[in-house]
Design a protein around this ligand. Structure first.
Ligand code: ATP
Ligand code: SF4
Ligand code: MG
Length: 371
């Protein structure tokens, strides 16, 4: 394994022995998060802020997690908690005036057929550099929150998929078109050889989302970041798309970072889960631990607000007490304390990141009490 971080101007800093020492196969990142041998992407203490006239929005404020190869990491939390900005940071597409102010995003690149890894800190790459463009949309693909943001209104579906393939791989247009039809077929598009010449506005919501997934998968990425990929769909189409994503993950052997505000979707899709609140992660666990042994009061409140099968229709869902605070005035101490039924002055002032079980971490000073 070798480290090949690249400086902010795109030049190599690791390949000739002058860079930081290579990370061991199983190490502990700066904030106590384990780094596993099957790690594909390690986000370490990431901070991404928006410097606005009104003040600084700490959209992502010290987030760390690992996406494992061929697994699905669910990222969940209420609107505005920093899910999309975390994804934008990984892809290096944070809109101005936002910027990554500190932290590392280590991508473990493995060339096909090789077991050797090249470690690339994506935060050090210039967002316009060839280095990040060779990764973005190719090795790390993404599905935006709004499908029309991924699709051009003035080009056919086939043109867009073929262009993406030709951008990253040395193939002629005819071969790129043939591969586009193949991938459309793979995502279950009806009559792919006809649909390829359609425009996005000529497709139904479900077909459009299949086209977006085909576009994302056209270069066989090792990581797919899907930001609320089914929110705009009806329940039946949502179920079909989730099933499709699970089977494509098997076929392509890729990892998925699945962003959603919907814990029901997390239960179906994720192996591991990160729960975010106001730019921080408050709990991280396997999907089973999160659902059967949630430790953070915010996670428990989120779970109580999910509809359950068998619940009597007149039984009301519990809403989470209070509102998400304004991002310009994040409460001091534990940011969840104004909404937390367990808040105790003096105990909750500086919540620590505590391991409450194997690979189960919680940011709450009362997480180990039996309450
Ligand atoms: N372009 C921007 N300019 C200024 N602030 C921004 C910008 N984009 C995001 N933010 C702020 O960063 C914070 C995190 O936003 P983000 O979009 O990541 O939330 P989210 O968890 O994806 O929410 P949602 O579930 O609504 O998509 C919010 O306070 C948001 O207002
Ligand atoms: S630290 Fe205190 S206020 Fe914060 S979540 Fe835990 S119990 Fe609630
Ligand atoms: Mg979002």
């Amino acid at each position: 394994m070798r480290d090949n971080g690249t400086s902010r101007d795109g030049s190599s800093i690791g390949g000739n022995g002058t860079g930081p020492p290579p990370a061991p196969a199983a190490s502990v990142a700066s904030n106590g998060h384990p780094s596993t041998e099957d790690a594909l992407l390690e986000v370490r203490d990431l901070r991404t802020y928006f410097m606005l006239h009104e003040g600084t929005v700490r959209a992502v404020d010290g987030v760390s997690f690992t996406v494992r190869r061929r697994r699905t990491l669910g990222v969940v939390g209420e609107s505005g908690c920093g899910k999309s900005v975390t994804a934008q940071s990984i892809l290096r597409i944070v809109p101005r005036p936002g910027r990554i102010v500190s932290g590392e995003i280590v991508y473990h690149r493995r060339r096909s057929g090789q077991s050797d890894e090249e470690l690339i800190d994506l935060t050090r790459l210039d967002p316009e550099s060839r280095a990040i463009r060779s990764i973005r949309g190719n090795e790390i693909a993404y599905i935006f929150q709004e499908p029309m943001a991924s699709l051009s209104p003035v080009h056919t579906i086939g043109h867009q998929i073929a262009e993406t393939i030709m951008l990253h791989q040395r193939v002629r247009r005819e071969e790129a078109r043939a591969r586009a039809i193949e991938v459309l077929d793979h995502v279950g598009m009806v009559k792919p050889s006809e649909t390829i010449d359609r425009y996005a506005h000529q497709l139904s919501g479900g077909q459009r989302q299949r086209a977006v997934i085909a576009l994302a998968l056209s270069c066989h990425p090792s990581l797919l970041i899907a930001d609320e990929p089914t929110t705009a769909l009806d329940v039946t189409t949502e179920a079909q798309i989730l099933e499709l994503m699970r089977s494509l993950q098997q076929d392509y052997g890729m990892a998925i970072q699945f962003i959603t505000h919907n814990l029901g979707v997390i239960a179906e899709m994720a192996d591991d889960v990160v729960v975010m609140y106001l730019g921080r992660q408050v709990e991280q666990a396997s999907v089973d631990d999160l659902f059967f042994n949630p430790r953070h009061p915010y996670t428990r409140a989120l779970l109580r607000s999910v509809p359950k099968l068998g619940r009597k229709s007149r039984q009301r869902l519990e809403a989470i007490q209070g509102m998400v605070p304004d991002p310009f005035s994040v409460p001091k101490g534990c940011p969840f304390h104004p909404r937390c039924p367990l808040y105790k002055p003096g105990i909750c002032d500086d919540p620590r990141w505590i391991e409450v079980g194997p690979n189960h971490w919680v940011r709450c000073n009362r997480a180990t009490e039996s309450i």
